[in-house]
Design a protein around this ligand. Structure first.
Ligand code: GDP
Ligand code: ZN
Length: 316
């Protein structure tokens, strides 16, 4: 054993930033280390709790030996691979706004993924100052609310204090992943909730040696206040592949479809064209929104045919 290995120390840490295969981890004494994954595996995500070994203690460099058991893990699955997004989450907050144009399917997809990961969700309609009372964004929020999802409408920029007051109690003490298309106001929300977010982001970039304006790193921000909690920011995305789900999981994760499950004539009903399908009958009576059913139908067919693996780019 060489001298460096003999001096190596073991410690536990939290992954607080991930950029490609470089990570920042923070130990229990709040010291930050630049870390790489032992064996060059790419299985570590922000939010992970890990066991590390110091590589060069003076330079603050370490190696991640082991990922500790995860309480939860968010995935997306597309282009033939499954990508882990973040670990140990309590909540997924999906942010959208009237402008730029939002994708309803993307929001439904993110909600399916969080349900499949057994993580609670919250849908945030931001830029309330731009919203008319009966536009598509408000209609979607009302529909999601009726389906049983937690929803909130706010204006991170124009009514910052009210926005902070309505979000703080929902986020305190929990680890929340923020997802949404770019331009919806995620950064504005983070700056509102985490007063030193700008400085933290610069620190992450400096330590990981990436450009200041990078949007390709995922980052962990502690929420201020005694109750604790954290926000995880991942790069804004235009797609949310669900190739890791089965059509049955999709139906079970859609509350408006799930309530009819078990009532179809055939136990193995695919809810496509089978006779005696309770879901298709509910669509016919107007008890399930046709757009929601069409979304299910196309997604289920893509999952059966392998098309979901090849998808690229959001469809409205
Ligand atoms: P991100 O890409 O999701 O991080 O979005 P940003 O936080 O960078 O916001 C995108 C744009 O929307 C910026 O020009 C913000 O100033 C603007 N914005 C954010 N929140 C609001 C809001 O509540 N109302 C309005 N009108 N604009 C907002
Ligand atoms: Zn059926």
């Amino acid at each position: 054993m060489n001298a460096a290995a003999a001096d190596a120390l073991l410690f536990e840490a939290r992954v607080i930033a991930a950029f490609g295969r470089s990570y920042l981890v923070r130990d229990l004494a709040q010291r930050q280390w630049r870390a790489v994954r032992r064996g060059k595996r790419a299985d570590v995500v922000t939010g992970d709790r890990v066991r590390c070994t110091t590589a060069n203690a003076e330079a603050g460099e370490a190696a991640i030996d082991e990922i500790l058991p995860r309480r939860s893990l968010m995935f997306r699955g597309d282009l033939g691979r499954t990508q882990e997004l973040a670990a140990n989450l309590d909540l997924v907050a999906v942010v959208y706004a009237v402008r730029p144009a939002f994708s309803t399917a993307l929001i439904w997809r993110a909600l399916l993924a969080s349900h499949a990961s057994s993580v609670d969700s919250l849908v945030i309609l931001n830029k309330a100052d731009l919203a008319g009372s009966d536009d598509a964004a408000a209609h979607l929020l009302a529909q999601l609310n009726m389906l049983g999802y937690q929803t909130v409408m706010l204006s991170a920029k124009q009514q910052a204090d009210a926005a902070r007051a309505s979000l703080a109690p929902r986020l305190h003490g929990r680890t929340t992943l923020l997802v949404g298309q770019s331009g919806m106001g995620k950064s504005t929300l983070i700056n509102l909730l985490v007063p030193d977010a700008g400085a933290r982001t610069q620190e992450f970039s400096a330590r990981l040696k990436v450009g200041r304006q990078t949007t390709t790193a995922s980052r962990w921000f502690d929420l201020p206040g005694a109750e604790g909690g954290a926000l995880i920011d991942i790069p804004g995305f235009q797609d949310f592949g669900l190739a890791h789900l089965t059509p049955m999981q999709v139906a079970a994760a859609m509350p408006d479809l799930a309530r009819w499950l078990g009532q179809c004539r055939f136990n193995d009903c695919r809810h496509q064209d089978e006779p005696g399908c309770a879901i298709v009958a509910a669509v016919g009576r107007g008890a399930i929104d046709l757009a929601r059913y069409t979304f299910f139908r196309e997604l289920a067919l893509a999952l059966e045919g392998g098309g979901e693996r090849k998808r690229r780019g959001a469809r409205p």
